[in-house]
Design a protein around this ligand. Structure first.
Ligand code: NAP
Length: 269
């Protein structure tokens, strides 16, 4: 029987993962909308229903790590899992492909200094990834206590003013998602500040792009958008489940309209 896969979230209807994983060849990959109170029992029932893997998104990433029988060191250090392997005997193994996905998406770009906006779940994975390759990471967050706590834990620096220059600026806040028009009033940044960064990365994605990515392009910064991050973490989940390299070009084509481009550097990959 063809193995089943899915993405667990609440809500999850907006997820591009099914269309991306269908393009990768996982024809039985589906949305798995599960409220927090039913998460553990649902995950434990998946293997018996023929599922061999699942992605995990908001708000279940910490719970996914907690219920796994086994987890990678990286997932434990980050404190969250976005990929589950579901063995036929019921054993659950957790890993985190958000962190290596970010590193794959910025491969070859300068990354010695980074500014990370946000201190939530995705910021944890991004900061851990950047620290793992030796970057100096400054964290700005609306709630400054959370930035300080994360900085202490992951050996980064909390800042109350966003540094004007760095190799990377990575947006890990939810700003730009529900109302893009508030991006530059919600963040202490002006569009032309983006010229101070060699590469601007926005984890938030929208089919038509985000104000941060559009402004970065206008001001001459290189860009990596949230759809490219989605593709890279998905490709690593695919490899975890199948043992095969993912068809990244097909996955990219599936998630974005052909007129948009989420990275200025992936045509050759
Ligand atoms: P999260 O844990 O809920 O964290 C949200 C972060 O956004 C916090 O730092 C929060 O600051 C900040 N924030 C929310 N509203 C804000 C506002 N109006 N002004 C300033 N800061 C605000 O969420 P997450 O899991 O880190 O995800 C963050 C975003 O990344 C989401 O939009 C998600 O869709 C996206 N994402 C994309 C991918 C991908 O594959 N492309 C992967 C993961 C996440 P406070 O601490 O002050 O509340």
């Amino acid at each position: 029987m063809t193995a089943r896969y899915g993405v667990l979230g609440w809500p999850v209807a907006h997820s591009r993962s099914p269309v991306m994983m269908h393009a990768a060849g996982l024809s039985r990959y589906q949305l798995l909308p599960v409220p927090p109170e039913r998460f553990a029992e649902t995950v434990r029932a998946l293997a018996g229903a023929g599922f061999r893997g699942a992605n995990v998104t908001i708000p279940h990433k910490e719970a996914a790590l907690a219920l796994a029988d086994e987890a990678t060191d990286a997932a434990r250090a980050i404190g969250a899992a976005n990929t589950l392997e579901l063995a036929a005997d019921g054993a659950i193994r957790a890993s985190n492909t958000d962190a290596p996905g970010l590193l794959a998406a910025i491969e070859g770009r300068p990354r010695a200094t980074a500014v990370v906006l946000g201190a939530g779940g995705s910021a944890r994975a991004v900061i851990w990834a950047l620290r793992s390759v030796g970057a100096d990471v400054a964290i700005w967050n609306r709630t400054s206590d959370r930035a300080r706590q994360l900085a202490d834990e992951l050996e980064a620096r909390a800042v109350t003013e966003i540094p004007a220059n760095a190799d990377l600026l990575v947006n890990c806040t939810a700003v730009g998602l529900s109302d893009p028009s508030t991006t530059f009033s919600s963040l202490p940044l002006r569009p032309d500040d983006l010229r101070g960064y060699a590469t601007v990365v926005d984890l938030v994605y929208r089919p038509q792009g985000t104000p941060l990515i559009h402004a970065a392009q206008r001001h001459g910064a290189a860009i990596v958008d949230g759809l490219e991050i989605l593709v890279q973490q998905g490709a690593l989940s695919f490899r975890t489940w199948t043992g095969r390299e993912a068809p990244i070009a097909a996955m990219r084509r599936a998630v974005r309209p052909s007129s948009t481009d989420g990275s200025d550097r992936h045509a050759d990959r």
